[in-house]
Design a protein around this ligand. Structure first.
Ligand SMILES: CC(C)(COP(=O)(O)OP(=O)(O)OC[C@H]1O[C@@H](n2cnc3c(N)ncnc32)[C@H](O)[C@@H]1OP(=O)(O)O)[C@@H](O)C(=O)NCCC(=O)NCCS
Length: 218
């Protein structure tokens, strides 16, 4: 089986490095390629790099799985729909240093980087991206296409809706709900539920804006 990393930005480079230095993954993929629609066909980190249209012609879906390596939740969703719509399967990649509850459930295309703790009964839905050294409490639900940044802590029974971005070192209390496409700013201390499509920041976090264009990184 081969692996295609979709994205050659910071997330793509990070994922490539993690994969190639993790000895437990030796031999899981016989070849790594990159997909990037913004660059001409060529090489990236000594791997083949192609736009998605050429990728579909070159690599049959039964011989390669795809990892989406971009941080913006709306972009993750768009690429998920493009890749699965073309018949490809998304790789679920969980770093061996993670502390995983045996009762946690992971969807297709979930990426969990190093040293993440995922507790009992947590459900991580399709295409969510959990960055290194974060903590997902028991019975937490992380929705499709979310990005949870490093050092974020999501406490027990909280539900994080689809397309949510949780910034670095945010702290989200137990038994609340973060609505679809909300943004939780870095360092926020979230004490109560956040409505869909709102940006919440500060300690205690307040909804200060609407995430109208579904864009975190402007
Ligand atoms: C929420 C966020 C997206 C807002 O970004 P933005 O819309 O560009 O906002 P700005 O930087 O223009 O800041 C607007 C105001 O909010 C304040 N602010 C921004 N982020 C803040 C935060 N995390 N906590 C408290 N206040 C914050 C700014 O100081 C500014 O205040 P001012 O108007 O009084 O000067 C951004 O702060 C954030 O948290 N990004 C995520 C960072 C991250 O996790 N990176 C990890 C990459 S893997």
């Amino acid at each position: 089986m081969k692996l295609a990393i979709y994205g050659t930005g910071g997330s793509g480079r990070e994922l490539y490095e993690i994969i190639t230095v993790t000895r437990e993954w030796d031999g899981r993929w016989e070849e790594i390629v990159f997909i990037d629609d913004t660059k001409p066909e060529g090489e990236f980190l000594s791997c083949r790099m192609v736009p998605f249209a050429s990728f579909c012609e070159l690599f049959p879906a039964d011989d390669i799985e795809v990892a989406i390596a971009i941080g913006e939740p709306a972009g993750r969703k768009a690429l998920y729909e493009r890749v699965t719509g073309a018949g490809y399967h998304l790789a679920t990649i969980i770093h061996p240093t993670c502390a995983l509850s045996p009762s946690a459930v992971f969807g297709q295309g979930v990426i969990v980087k190093d040293s993440v703790s995922i507790s009992a009964g947590a459900v991580i839905k399709d295409n969510a991206y959990i960055n290194g050294i974060s903590m997902i409490g028991h019975d937490v639900e992380i929705g499709e296409h979310c990005q949870i940044s490093s050092h974020a802590v999501i406490a027990g029974n909280t539900k994080v809706g689809p397309g949510v971005y949780v910034g670095i070192s945010a702290c989200v209390r137990d038994h609340i709900e973060i609505g679809e496409n909300a943004i939780i700013a870095m360092g926020a201390v979230v004490m109560k539920s956040v409505r869909p499509g709102r940006t919440a920041m500060g300690n205690p976090a307040r909804e200060i804006a609407e995430n109208k264009d579904h864009q975190v990184f402007k």
